[in-house]
Design a protein around this ligand. Structure first.
Ligand SMILES: [Mn+2]
Length: 534
């Protein structure tokens, strides 16, 4: 009996010690994540531990569903930033996220002397929760010695909480956070330039103001720059849903391209790039262009290569300008597939652009076309004919930069970096395809992929009536090719596949005819049952 009591006491005391140990472990492992150091009483720490295991809203990147009763309020709040602000505000500023990396990335070992980075985040009227979640995710998921500082560049926000309240908040963080204020609305490009000049780190990392960095995001970026300081690196950009703030892993099988209208687009990584990496998906992908929001660049190299084109306004086109410049002037641009950063993608912009979105982007695109694209700028001008009337200012400084850096021509870029480009490196013609009998022109009728191509009165304005007959003998307009799969048509527009087959046309200069090789029929006009031409 006595022995039984003795055992009980021993058991009870050891149980108490185990509990104390567990608590201490949890408390100290959590505390480097506390928002405020003053707040070190045991209770909040314990609460943090409990909330982690109990799964607060959005923890582990899960979707936040707003209850029915709050739907009206939610819709109202959505308009403020063009994302679900109510959901974002419910989620912890330091929420947990899944580790979405490829298995091979999790075991990589990086050297101890990687360069450190300043993180530059430009914001304009950003929501409190998204901005601070960006900041916390940078702090919590970056090795302290790699993070020199965070620079928040305020592009003349009007919201009160982004003034003193923000200054007071960031003062208590364990990493130096500086706030730089633009005197007036200057746009992303000039605000980033301002931020960049203030940086002290060896590398500049630009992030958007509504991002979340995941575990291990920074090391592979810095490691790649250490290997080659002329490599500009982007993480894989994961998708944070603008509706639910669910975290969804992005693909390592897409890379950046652009179409004739100079819109940035994601395209599948081609087989040649898989072959170059011998199928190892954990190795960086060489990408023709970048999305522009998130990337790291050696600070001195950023200067050498000509920073940004400060003649560009607000936003748009700067990502392609920088992509072309990097490749043509001896650098390289890569997506580091072991680095994942989430970004809230929006369907509409919440920002107002002085002069209108379209005008600003057209002006910026003209600048990049004039400086970097040589004769291939014709593709851009002919498909968007209104653009030629847009004033683009003086580009002589940028042209001088191109000369000084001995940059290669755009044809070199198409040939070597982007052979699967939508703009054909080699082509026979660019213009309208006219039926000399009816005087009508081939017209994409503003239709989309998988739809029929049409005929319409020639208007000589380019746009929908522009086609290029390429060296691959395809007839393409932008990223779509004429494709015939059956005798007697119809002719539809499908993504160009470079495999000839159904997209192969032979032009006869004598008879001015296009022969579709597989079906052995000519491009002709016929009136269809529905009255249209096809
Ligand atoms: Mn963004």
């Amino acid at each position: 009996m006595r022995r039984f009591m003795y055992c009980k006491v021993v058991l009870a005391t050891s149980l108490v010690w185990v509990l104390v140990d567990v608590f201490l472990l949890l408390y100290f492992s959590e505390c480097n994540k506390c928002d405020e150091k003053k707040d070190r009483s045991l209770l909040p720490a314990l609460r943090a531990v409990i909330s982690r295991t109990q799964e607060g809203p959005g923890e582990m990147g899960k979707a936040v569903i707003i209850p029915k009763d709050d739907q009206e309020k939610m819709k109202e709040l959505f308009k403020v930033n063009q994302f679900n602000l109510m959901a974002s505000d419910m989620i912890a500023l330091n929420r947990s996220l899944p580790d979405v990396r490829l298995e091979g990335c999790k075991t990589k070992i990086y050297s101890d002397d990687l360069p450190n980075t300043s993180v530059v985040i430009v914001f304009h009227n950003e929501a409190w929760s998204t901005l601070l979640r960006t900041v916390h995710s940078v702090i919590n998921r970056s090795p302290r010695h790699l993070l020199e500082e965070i620079l928040l560049v305020d592009d003349a926000s009007e919201r009160d909480f982004l003034k003193r309240k923000l200054e007071n908040y960031v003062r208590n963080l364990e990493v130096p956070v500086r706030i730089i204020r633009m005197e007036q609305r200057s746009g992303l490009i000039r605000a980033r330039l301002r931020g960049a000049t203030a940086t002290k780190g060896q590398v500049i990392t630009f992030l958007d103001a509504h991002c979340e960095c995941t575990v291990g995001w920074l090391e592979p970026l810095m490691a790649r720059i250490k290997e080659d300081r002329k490599t500009v690196v982007c993480p894989i950009i994961d998708v944070i849903s603008d509706d639910t703030f669910e975290y969804m892993a992005g693909s390592d099988m897409t890379y950046g391209g652009f179409n004739w209208k100079l819109n940035f687009r994601w395209y599948p990584v081609p087989p040649r790039e898989m072959d170059r990496r011998k199928g190892d998906r954990t190795l960086p992908v060489r990408t023709p262009t970048m999305a522009g929001g998130l990337f790291s660049i050696d600070r001195n190299y950023f200067e050498e290569i000509g920073t940004y084109d400060s003649g560009m306004d607000i936003w748009g086109g700067e990502n392609l300008e920088m992509s072309f410049r990097i490749w043509q002037c001896g650098g390289s641009l890569e997506i580091v597939t072991c680095s994942h950063v989430g970004h809230v993608f929006r369907k509409a912009t919440p920002y107002s652009f002085p002069g209108g979105t379209g005008h600003v982007i057209n002006k910026n695109n003209r600048r990049l076309a004039e400086v970097w694209m040589d004769e291939f700028k014709d593709f851009f001008y002919i498909i968007s004919p209104g653009v030629v009337k847009v004033e683009y200012g003086d580009v002589s400084i940028r042209k001088a930069l191109r000369d000084r850096l001995l940059c290669k021509p755009f044809s070199w870029y198409l040939e070597n970096i982007y052979p699967d480009s939508q703009i054909p490196r080699r082509y026979y013609s660019l213009g309208e395809i006219r039926n000399v009998e009816t005087n009508q022109c081939l017209d994409n009728m503003g239709r989309k992929e998988n739809e029929k191509v049409g005929m319409f009165n020639c208007h000589g304005m380019g746009g929908n009536q522009v086609f290029s007959y390429t060296a691959d003998k395809e007839i393409r307009t932008d990223d779509l090719c004429l494709d015939v799969s059956r005798l007697n048509g119809p002719i539809v527009m499908l993504k160009c596949h470079h495999m000839r087959g159904n997209q192969l046309f032979e032009y006869d200069a004598q008879t001015h005819t296009f022969l579709h090789v597989i079906t052995q029929s000519c491009l002709t006009v016929s009136r269809l049952k529905d009255g249209s031409h096809g």
